[in-house]
Structure formats: structure tokens, C-alpha cells
Design a protein around this ligand. Structure first.
Ligand code: PEP
Length: 256
């Protein structure tokens, strides 16, 4: 089954105008393999600036803009929040939803995550749904159960057919920002579980949905990780702040 590969950059609360300029300049010379897309997710204040810089550089149309979060509500008295319509207006195509930092620091629940996924899809944007287990859960052999518990509420809210229109990022919490990467074999095994979990409900959807790996991906380990059957690219944190390293990671994605 042919699936596109995706390399997504999650800048978190890092970077600024300088990175917008150096990254758009750097990406200008990137030759992407066929069937590979790149998504850059800067902080909200830089979304519009990215568009201006990307236009000035005439960036490849396979380099998309993403946001790191969105509100599940359409509008109203939600101070500090950003709606799907606002993201649409600044040409955002993807939205990271349910990142473990949002789940743990801001106490986002599975239900809120599912509602955000629905609001994003309803607005015609593509959610990048993040799921992943803690180190204690991995040690207690609870990984599959935890991932199933994170996926099921989203299936319940949007229905399995719409999973064909989302991207899933598997990010073991113990590997995020720690320099500890899951081995390619461990990541593949977990991705296989995720795909099988979806296949148990709808095999066609399971074959279509891109599954990204995230957690200390870098220029050295990306090629081996991306070569795994069920790994369709990566969600990159720290290494996406370094232009040369990020470009090397993008070049490691081949698509299937
Ligand atoms: C992330 O936060 O999504 C992430 C994968 O971070 P890092 O690559 O720094 O581990």
C-alpha cells in the first residue's frame, strides 16, 4: 500500500523570526523525494510570518504550515485560545493535537483531544494526533493498552472512516527531548500495533493513515527509523530547530 511520508517540525515554544528566515532559506534548496511532505509548526505569532517568508523564497508546495494546538470551540470567550477558522485564515493546513506536553502540563483529556480532532477535521484541516506511553507504562508492559485508550475516544467521536484523513504521531513520552530514542525495532513493533488496532475496525483506513514516529529523532537515526515498514516519517522536536540537521532528516524520508 502506497502511503505518503511526512516529516513534521514541532518547534514548541522555541524559535522566532530569525529561525523563520533561516529555515525558509534552507528549505529552498531541499530536494524532496516524491511522495514526501514537510510540515513546519512554529508558535502562533510566527504563522503569518512563515507565509510571507515562504512566499518570498517560493518554497516547494510540499512544504506545509502547521500549528501546535487549537481550541475545540469555534469562537467566543476563551481568552488566549486560537480557533480553527483563525488557523485557516493564515493558511495553516495541519494541527498538532494531544502532544504529551499538552496532555501532561495543561491536563488535556482524551475527550478534549478527540473534540479538537473533530473541530480540526470539520474545518478542512488535518490533525496530527499524538499518542504515546510514559516510561512507567512501558516498563509495566501497558504500552498497547495506553495507546488503545488514547485512540478509542477519537474513534468514538469522529468515526473510523475519518481516520483516513488524519495523521498519527506515536511519541513515547520517555523519548521526547531526552536523547533516548526507541530502537527502530521497538518503534516498528509499536507502529504495527497501532496499525493493527485500526485495521481491526477498518483495514482500508489502517493502510492509508500515515504513522509518524517522534522522540529524539535526529540526523543519525532518522534513516533507520524511516525505513521501517509501518513508520511513515517523523515528528521532530529539538532537531527541527537546526536547519542543516532538519534538512538531513527530511532527506531521509522516502515515502512508500
Ligand atoms: C516532540 O516534542 O514532538 C519531539 C518529538 O521532541 P524531540 O524530537 O525533541 O524528542
Amino acid at each position: 500500500m502506497k502511503r505518503r511520508a511526512i516529516v513534521a517540525a514541532n518547534w514548541k515554544m522555541n524559535g522566532g523570526l530569525e529561525l523563520v528566515n533561516t529555515m525558509t532559506t534552507g528549505l529552498n534548496s531541499l530536494e524532496l523525494a516524491e511522495n514526501v511532505d514537510v510540515i513546519i509548526c512554529p508558535s502562533f505569532p510566527y504563522l503569518a510570518a512563515w507565509n510571507i517568508a515562504a512566499q518570498a523564497q517560493q518554497l516547494n508546495s510540499k512544504i506545509y504550515l502547521g500549528a501546535q494546538n487549537v481550541c475545540q470551540h469555534a469562537q467566543g470567550a476563551f481568552t488566549g485560545e486560537v480557533s480553527v477558522d483563525m488557523l485557516n485564515e493564515v493558511s495553516v493546513n495541519f494541527v498538532i493535537i494531544g502532544h504529551s506536553e499538552r496532555r501532561s502540563i495543561y491536563k488535556e483529556t482524551d475527550q478534549q483531544v478527540a473534540d479538537k480532532v473533530k473541530a480540526t477535521l470539520d474545518a478542512g484541516l488535518t490533525p496530527i494526533l499524538c499518542i504515546g506511553e510514559s516510561e512507567a507504562e512501558r516498563m509495566a508492559e501497558q504500552t498497547d493498552k495506553v495507546l488503545a485508550q488514547q485512540l478509542q475516544p477519537v474513534i468514538d467521536v469522529i468515526g473510523i472512516e475519518r481516520f483516513a484523513d488524519i495523521v498519527i504521531a506515536y511519541e513515547p513520552i520517555w523519548a521526547i527531548g531526552t536523547g533516548k530514542t526507541a530502537s527502530a525495532q521497538m518503534a516498528q513493533q509499536t507502529h504495527q500495533f497501532i496499525r493493527q488496532f485500526i485495521a481491526n475496525v477498518d483495514i482500508n483506513v489502517a493502510n492509508k493513515v500515515p504513522l509518524l514516529y517522534g522522540g529524539s529523532v535526529n540526523a543519525k537515526n532518522s534513516e533507520e527509523l524511516f525505513a521501517q515498514t509501518d513508520i511513515d516519517g517523523g515528528l521532530i522536536g529539538g532537531a527541527s530547530l537546526k536547519v542543516d540537521e532538519f534538512i538531513t532528516i527530511c532527506s531521509a524520508a522516502k515515502g512508500s
